[in-house]
Design a protein around this ligand. Structure first.
Ligand SMILES: C[S@@+](CC[C@H](N)C(=O)[O-])C[C@H]1O[C@@H](n2cnc3c(N)ncnc32)[C@H](O)[C@@H]1O
Length: 206
């Protein structure tokens, strides 16, 4: 087990970093994030979904989904965003006030490595450019899998830099079906998609 101080120190640095960049995050990253969303949205069904956006930031994904031309999105989609930076969440909150045709949204200040949800809660899970920040990536993935229902569509995008891709793929392979990875040179993230397969999960000690 890694020392607790090392973990909380790293988290404090991450919170400070995103708190201090939150005011210009959208201007700097909207275009590049939208490109990733487009890659992920092909064939995504938002009907009757309880969506988790893990590391939701300022809500660029929410903004993007809200702009999609789908009339009854507001009635059929429940959107839950969780982030460790309260300032990023504040920007997200302000966005929910402005966007018309609102999707039912809940925002939570919390940690992907210790998700404050019961098992089997979500049936669509996104985490875009957030998981590379975790102290223990496998712990975060385990949490994401725990709160997802059987067959939940998992749509992850992780910054390629320093990513131990083989490890991630090996871990996810035993918890998903139809796992697909896209490692495109022109995109800074590796895109990973699959459907949760929780039947074979045995208790793991990580
Ligand atoms: C690069 S931003 C991406 C934000 C958003 N997903 C997007 O596509 O614009 C990374 C986000 O992950 C959040 N984050 C980092 N570590 C986290 C953790 N352990 N739990 C929850 N959120 C975390 C940061 O606060 C930040 O908002």
């Amino acid at each position: 087990m890694k020392p607790l101080n090392e973990e909380s120190d790293k988290k404090k640095i991450i919170v400070e970093k995103y708190n201090s960049t939150s005011s210009f995050y959208d201007d700097r990253y909207r275009k590049i994030q939208n490109e990733k969303f487009e890659l992920h949205f092909q064939n995504t069904n938002f009907n009757c979904k309880t969506l988790l956006d893990a590391g939701c930031g300022t809500g660029l994904l929410f903004e993007y989904i809200s702009s999609l031309n789908s009339n009854n999105l507001g009635r059929t989609l429940r959107y839950i965003g969780i982030d460790i930076s309260w300032k990023m969440l504040k920007h997200f909150y302000n966005k929910t006030k402005k966007i018309k045709n609102k999707v039912n949204t809940n925002l939570i200040l919390g940690d992907i490595e210790n998700l404050p949800f019961r098992e089997d809660k979500f049936n669509l899970i996104f985490s875009i450019t957030s998981l590379q920040n975790l102290h223990d990536l496998k712990k975060g993935l385990k949490e994401i899998i725990r709160v997802g229902k059987e067959k939940t569509a998992l749509k992850l995008s992780i910054l390629r830099k320093h990513l131990k891709l083989e490890e991630v793929i090996t871990y996810l392979n035993s918890h998903t079906i139809n796992l697909r990875t896209e490692n495109l040179e022109e995109v800074e993230d590796v895109l990973i998609q699959g459907s949760l397969n929780k039947k074979n999960i045995i208790e793991e000690n990580i």
